[in-house]
Design a protein around this ligand. Structure first.
Ligand SMILES: [Fe+2]
Length: 206
């Protein structure tokens, strides 16, 4: 039986992410890794989502250049998967609610999830991008969430905290239903994200 080349690429991404995340001594990262370990990611489980692009992908080269400095293996594995991602947007989001230009500057894809390369069992893992000078304002959801930015110069807040800059590689953990927001400065954002459970309810803006 021949192995699907896409499965090899996706496994390379997951191995690179896992390899780096295993260096963190962080209970929530361990939770993500434990849930990831429970997912069916064998070669036979690979799926081929219909590829889809978005305007925000204009910034992917710039983001990958920066991500190379953070983790070259991970950045390369994302570049290898680039033609295969199905970039998506949340249907409830529009420039009217999030500000002029937001929809041109926002998108996410699933690597594990209903629209991803492995279907996942109440577990999502993917990438999110924002263009420069965007404010993904306060929102919340029941799913516990990891953000792991691969680029720097972005600002994050949750609960009562003010927006604060976080470097590439910072672990950002959102408890269930905690209100949180992300803002970019002059540089675009590429971040890994994961919802570890309770994934059926989408994010809701405040
Ligand atoms: Fe979130």
């Amino acid at each position: 039986m021949s192995i699907d080349p896409l499965a090899i690429k996706v496994r390379a991404f997951l191995d690179a992410a896992r390899h780096r995340l295993e260096t963190y001594n962080h209970a929530n990262v361990e939770e993500v890794l434990a849930r990831l370990g429970e997912q069916a990611t064998g070669f036979e489980a690979i799926r081929h989502p219909e590829p889809g692009s978005l305007p925000v992908l204009t910034y992917l080269d710039q983001c990958l250049d920066e991500a190379m400095h953070f983790d070259a293996a991970l950045a390369r594995s994302i570049a290898d998967l680039r033609p295969h991602f199905q970039w998506r947007q949340s249907k409830a989001y529009s420039d009217a609610v999030l500000g002029t230009g937001f929809i041109e500057n926002y998108g996410w894809c699933e690597i594990i999830g209903p629209n991803g390369f492995f279907s996942g069992d109440d577990f999502l893992l993917g990438l999110l991008m924002l263009g420069p000078h965007q404010h993904y304002r306060d929102h919340f959801h029941p799913a516990p969430e990891l953000y792991w930015p691969l680029t720097s110069e972005t600002e994050w807040r949750m609960g009562d905290e003010p927006l604060a800059p976080k470097a590439a590689g910072t672990v950002i953990w959102h408890r269930p239903n905690v209100v949180h927001a992300t803002r970019t400065r002059g540089a675009p954002l590429l971040t890994l994200w994961s919802w570890t459970r309770d994934t059926a309810t989408p994010a809701q803006l405040l």
